[in-house]
Design a protein around this ligand. Structure first.
Ligand SMILES: Cc1cc2nc3c(=O)[nH]c(=O)nc-3n(C[C@H](O)[C@H](O)[C@H](O)COP(=O)(O)OP(=O)(O)OC[C@H]3O[C@@H](n4cnc5c(N)ncnc54)[C@H](O)[C@@H]3O)c2cc1C
Length: 425
């Protein structure tokens, strides 16, 4: 099989890129994924928060555009502009948040700063220990979205434009050409390397990816068949697994997979649905690091355990996590949560970079390898603009509508070019 553009990974980023390429009329686009249902994909395991209130223009602009896109399809995506309320008990951090407010509001985000008493009177559900806070911010244009509905939409758009999605294809290796010199105006290809992604030697990075090797698990059959997909361009959209691919084509990666856990909480009160309606609450990021928002009849609450070791860990700590990390923080802030109960929960992976911003662009050393991954806790809310930007880069060699230049991996060589985001949950 041959692909004009071969996208590795059919999470929300790979699928958005596929849709954007289809919109541009690009033919022979193929997406490969070992599991398009996304049982372990971050795109299926996240919290559905969508905000543009970041600290760097590239993140603000791409998220703002994605939120506008969500708003255009609000019914289909279950998008609610219910705002983000952020509570602070650290004066230094609050001062930093204040210092970026002007930038955020220049982008039309309308962020307000609130005294703790204002936050209490505006959101009466939050009735405990507000005096320990130094301040709060409320960003009314942020909100909540159903990420599965967004990904399904991107896929539908992509398939309408002829994109092929290949399920149960495990990306196992690549074939590259190593260029050792130039003969006249011709590049001389000296050697062809085949490397396994999971094991084997590192490929030479000074070249071109000719094909990608996958192991295709045949439904209702034993074992796998090897498939070679030749391609003109390749895009690494493997999320938390992207570094495994990068490493094997000789590209050092800084991304680490880090577990994040979420609990669904039952508010044991027959008044809860009305109380929730009255509360006007969207996403709340508590000073303790816990974030929560209404989710159907429940509360969805997430907390990132400090010093969580990197690794491909999908184990949810269950009652222990709820009892020790979630419930005490909820009950500390709202008496309505005093008697809440644990429904269930899950764990997924953040793909974390040193500055907590994503990696996107052309991969140095290759003429036809691109990447868009490691969007930490921002992949859903950035997905539309990232897909559009990468589609422009891959097809024309430059960005147009959105410039993801600041997200290139070369920034890590110069700390002053890092896109450091500190309010990261
Ligand atoms: C608990 C949690 C909460 C989050 N909350 C939010 C939030 O509120 N808002 C937000 O915007 N973001 C949030 N995120 C982050 C967001 O989910 C991710 O940034 C986004 O989903 C990343 O999408 P992706 O397409 O890059 O990766 P993924 O969705 O992980 O997709 C990668 C794909 O690659 C495939 N793959 C991996 N290895 C191989 C291989 N060798 N061969 C073939 N296929 C392979 C996988 O099967 C997967 O489908 C959260 C994440 C978690 C875990």
């Amino acid at each position: 099989m041959h692909a004009n553009v071969l996208i590795l990974g059919g999470g929300i980023i790979g699928t958005s890129l596929a849709a954007a390429l289809a919109t541009r009329g690009v033919k022979d686009v193929v997406v490969v994924d070992l599991d398009l249902a996304g049982v372990y994909a971050s795109s299926e395991l996240n919290a559905g928060g969508a905000r543009a209130t970041w600290w760097h223009p590239v993140n603000i602009e791409t998220c703002s555009a994605t939120l506008r896109f969500f708003a255009e399809h609000s019914e289909r995506f279950g998008f609610r502009k219910s705002g983000y309320l952020w509570l602070y008990d650290d004066a230094g951090l609050y001062a930093k948040a204040m210092s970026v407010q002007e930038l955020q509001n220049r982008h039309g985000l309308g962020v307000e700063s609130l005294a703790p008493t204002d936050a209490a009177s505006r959101f009466p559900l939050l009735d405990r220990n507000l005096s320990e806070l130094v301040g709060a911010t409320f960003s009314p244009s942020d909100g909540l979205v159903n990420p599965n509905a967004v990904r399904a939409y991107y896929r539908e758009q992509a398939e309408c434009g002829g994109v092929r999605f290949c399920n149960r294809h495990y990306v196992a290796g690549v074939r590259t050409e190593r260029v050792t010199g130039r003969g006249g105006s011709q590049r001389r290809v000296a050697e062809v390397d085949v490397v396994a992604v999971a094991k084997g030697d590192v490929a030479d990075s000074a070249g071109q990816i000719r094909s990608v090797l996958t192991q295709h698990r045949v439904p209702r059959d034993e074992g796998t068949e090897d498939v070679t997909l030749s391609c003109d361009s390749v895009v690494n959209c493997l999320g938390a697994w992207s570094a495994l691919f990068s490493a094997k084509v000789g590209v050092p990666d800084m991304t680490e997979p880090v577990r994040r856990q979420i609990s669904l909480v039952d508010v044991h009160s027959k008044d809860w649905p009305e109380a929730q309606e009255r509360s006007g609450l969207g996403m709340v990021v508590d000073a303790s690091g816990l974030y929560f928002h209404p989710e159907g009849p429940h509360i969805l609450a997430g907390y990132s355990t400090p010093n969580e070791a990197p690794g491909f860990d999908f184990e949810y700590d269950g009652d222990e996590f709820f009892q020790e990390q979630v419930w005490p923080r909820l009950a500390h802030r709202a008496s309505a949560f005093e008697a809440c109960g644990h429904v269930r929960g899950w764990a997924g992976l953040y793909a974390v970079t040193p500055d907590c911003s994503g990696i996107a662009g052309a991969v140095p050393g290759f003429s036809n390898l691109y990447e868009a991954h490691s969007f930490t806790g921002r992949g859903v809310m950035q997905s539309f603009a990232v897909g559009r930007a990468l589609a422009a880069l891959v097809t024309t060699g430059r960005y147009d509508e959105f410039d993801l230049g600041p997200l290139t991996r070369t920034r890590f060589g110069a700390p002053e070019r890092w896109v450091q985001e500190e309010l990261h949950i």
